[in-house]
Ligand binder design. Structure first.
Ligand code: ZN
Length: 399
């Protein structure tokens, strides 16, 4: 049997008064998801993550059975590996954005107008060495870049420089050590020096001078985050014995797929937004199932709408997804899994720790008739930990 693994990002939610004390998923009309729930088995999944709320990256690794705590999953290493940098033991990797700041380091644009040609800028920053620590950089599509600090006595326990759309103020933040070890303060010091140096070089770079003349935003600063060390991940194929591919609009999820050794299938118009090409993604999934044993299909906007507090938009988008799932109901010899990486609480406008509903259709049946947080809790799968979930699915595939 093949597996179609559909992740609706941030799908779970809390009951909302304006929706008649229902969650957006409960309030949505979803005949196709309900059909899959009725014909399959359901459950409620608890995600493993560090801290108070999960990030999408750690939630995904957890969902794929890789303990985010053990593997130290953070954005830095995902970006660095996703763009093909070879990290070594002792390195600290970071995710960077070319950004635009004013003279007081207030962020004007976190993505420098979505600048795409950053090669000349990266070239100008290459070869910088501070206190015997080398700074390695590589472009990772558009405004993004991977950064690796290579040297002795480095620590990933340092804060982010990115103020995240003003959530932490507008000013690019100074990197601080997150523990009292000399390694953390040394790493923070090196990175602060590098960022200062990079700002100086970028400000004066001819490409940025040209951009300014054309009225475009100057890519004059590097916003960094997600410092992490490297731990080898056992490839997905080896772990589960399946050939896998990934279909996702957003770069992060493609990177997660790549790191796990999945092929990335691109779909025109798949952009991770509410107007994404859902039809194209479903068609691509059907096609991919002919070639692969495992297709990971990621749909993002359920999460972003909830992060905007738009619970009505989230409900509507769930209904739109449901409509587009119709062609999948006729799939044969395929386990269809629908779940989420984490909940995103619309009223809190952020990721939250509530467990997420799961359904698996194509094997056994239980009594659940509707796909929702509360109904799924009564299903045969019962309460399951994310770390164990995929093992269960792969076992079901072989039954
Ligand atoms: Zn997510």
């Amino acid at each position: 049997m093949k597996i179609l693994f559909i992740v609706l990002d941030g799908l779970g939610d809390r009951p909302i008064r304006e929706l008649g004390n229902k969650t957006p998923l409960e309030a949505a009309r979803t005949p196709n998801l309900d059909f899959l729930a009725r014909e399959g088995i359901c459950g409620l999944m608890k995600l493993k993550f560090r801290g108070a709320t999960p990030t999408s990256e750690e939630a995904h690794f957890s969902l794929f059975g890789y303990d985010p705590e053990f593997y130290k999953i953070r954005r830095g290493i995902i970006t660095a590996r996703g763009c093909g940098m070879r990290a070594k033991k002792g390195d600290v990797a970071l995710r960077g954005n070319f950004a635009t700041v004013d003279e007081r380091l207030n962020t004007i644009d976190r993505r420098a107008g979505r600048i795409s040609n950053t090669q000349p800028l990266i070239k100008a920053l290459k070869g910088i060495k501070i206190d015997n620590v080398k700074l390695l950089l590589k472009s990772a599509t558009e405004y993004r870049l991977g950064i690796i600090l290579r040297g002795r006595n480095l620590s990933p326990n340092i804060s982010d420089g990115d103020p995240f759309y003003g959530k932490l103020g507008k000013r690019a933040r100074k990197i601080k050590p997150l523990d009292k070890t000399p390694k953390a303060s040394f790493t923070a010091k090196i990175l602060n020096e590098f960022l200062k140096k990079a700002h100086k070089i970028l400000k004066e770079h001819p490409q940025n001078k040209k951009r300014e003349k054309l009225g475009q935003l100057s890519a004059n600063y590097l916003l960094v985050r997600g410092a992490s060390t490297i731990k080898k991940l056992p490839p997905f194929k080896k772990r589960y014995g399946v050939r896998a591919c990934c279909i996702a609009g957003k770069f992060l999820y493609q990177q997660i797929g790549r790191i796990l050794g999945m092929d990335v299938v691109k779909v025109r118009g798949a952009n991770g937004l509410p107007n994404t090409n859902l039809k194209g993604k479903i068609q691509a999934s059907e096609k991919a199932l002919k070639k692969y044993d495992f297709v990971f299909l990621h749909i993002k906007a359920t999460d972003s709408l909830a992060e905007d507090g738009d619970f009505r938009g989230k409900k509507k988008f769930i209904e739109k997804i449901d409509k587009n799932l119709k062609p999948l109901l006729k799939l044969k010899n395929t386990l269809i899994v629908v779940t989420a990486d984490h909940s995103t609480c619309s009223k809190l406008k952020r990721h939250c720790s509530e467990p997420v509903p799961v359904l698996v259709c194509g094997g056994e049946k239980d009594k659940v008739k509707k796909f929702s947080e509360r109904e799924c809790s009564k299903g045969k799968i019962g309460k399951i930990k994310s770390i164990d979930f995929l093992k269960l699915i792969v076992k079901m595939r072989l039954c």
